[in-house]
Design a protein around this ligand. Structure first.
Ligand code: ADP
Length: 344
């Protein structure tokens, strides 16, 4: 039996929907995660039991939502989508839990943003498929224990560190999504171009892939922009020359850094003399929320070794100075010990 997942709840993020794979077999990369999930899905189908709860973590745009939407599709069960930020109180979560059909999937995006009260309300729902509702107030208050149909919770977070240990431990599987290789991204770009009905040559696809910071969402966004550019300025077929021209116009450089990434590097270099400096200070100077820097800008710059995290804050590396075309200031040997990189 296979039917379309029932999509409910928060779908705000779905500009991506037209390019999003519908089945796990259409997904590119993340092979180890794919194989583990495939085994769990297969076993759940064979045993006719609900899949265990799964937590995905990793930077934005790497496929957490895609996995969460493909899994119910592959299982042929319903899907409800909620966002941690929108579930302010236990009562906001109740309709999702009571509407969950047997074996269906409830996906909570940004699960680290759930308030503590909602998190605690989830524990018995995840473990024993029951919730304790409080009816009335004050001395007349009564608790009502309500049984739920066994369901699967899929959580996604960009910050596992912010999840409480009891919540983390209630997920049977925890999967970390990593950045994609250029080859994997090229394949995603070629498939997306096909879905968008636009012709692209292999060099252009790998040019977009190289400049997409290992992230499928960025690769798709860049492809959409290049497609607009060639539709407006050329004959509509995407070549690597037109790709370079289009991306340069958006301020995306050869390494895939955009204006915000370079502003981040320039702020550390110019205002804080190369660092070390705290993320909050950089965020305030750039006038952006610290969360945006930590979740969206820093992971790629750290991974590219343009910046390092030290106990005293962020610091530009030689490669970071090099990228800006600036000569690094001489090292202060006394500061070196305190600034040894932190590996997390
Ligand atoms: P996240 O939830 O981690 O922020 P998404 O799952 O929303 O990221 O992915 C963003 C977009 O990137 C999707 O719409 C999809 O088009 C594309 N994408 C992500 N992962 C893959 C993948 N493994 N294969 C193909 N496309 C992908």
């Amino acid at each position: 039996m296979s039917r379309e997942p029932i999509l409910q709840g928060n779908q705000a993020k779905d500009d991506d929907r037209d390019l999003r794979p519908q089945r796990m077999t259409e997904m590119v990369g993340q092979r180890e995660v794919f194989e583990r999930i495939e085994i769990a899905v297969d076993a759940s189908r064979k045993r006719e039991e609900p899949l265990g709860h799964i937590l995905f973590d990793g930077p934005p745009g790497l496929g957490k939502t895609t996995f969460a939407t493909c899994i119910p599709h592959d299982l042929g069960v319903g899907l409800q989508i909620a966002s941690g930020a929108a579930l302010a109180a236990p009562k906001d979560l109740v309709p999702y839990l009571t509407n969950a059909e047997e074996g269906s999937v409830l996906f909570i995006d940004e699960i680290h943003r759930l308030p503590k009260t909602v998190e605690e309300f989830l524990y018995p729902a995840m473990e024993d498929f029951r919730i304790d509702l409080v009816l009335g107030e004050g001395v007349n208050a009564r608790t009502l224990c309500m049984n739920l149909k066994p369901f699967t919770l899929i959580g996604a977070t960009t910050r596992t560190g912010l999840l409480s240990a009891p919540l983390r431990d209630r997920f049977q599987m925890r999967e970390h999504l990593d950045f994609y290789s250029v080859d994997e991204l090229s394949k995603i770009v070629e498939r997306s171009a096909d879905k968008l009905g636009v012709q692209i040559d292999a060099d252009a696809a790998s040019e977009i892939a190289r400049r997409s910071r290992g992230t499928p969402r960025l690769a798709n966004n860049r492809l959409r922009w290049v497609r607009d550019f060639v539709t407006s300025r050329a004959d509509g077929c995407i070549s690597s020359e037109l790709t370079c021209e289009a991306l340069q116009m958006q301020g995306i450089d050869q390494a895939g850094l955009d204006l915000q990434d370079r502003k981040y590097l320039e702020t550390i270099c110019r205002v804080f003399h190369g660092g070390p400096v705290g993320a909050e200070a950089i965020a305030h100077t750039m006038n952006v929320p610290p969360d945006t820097l930590i979740d969206e800008v820093e992971p790629f710059l750290l991974r590219s070794e343009l910046v390092v995290r030290t106990p005293r804050g962020r610091k530009l590396t030689e490669a970071g100075f090099d990228h800006l075309g600036v000569v690094p200031p001489p090292e202060n040997p006394q500061a070196e010990e305190a600034e040894r990189p932190l590996f997390e």
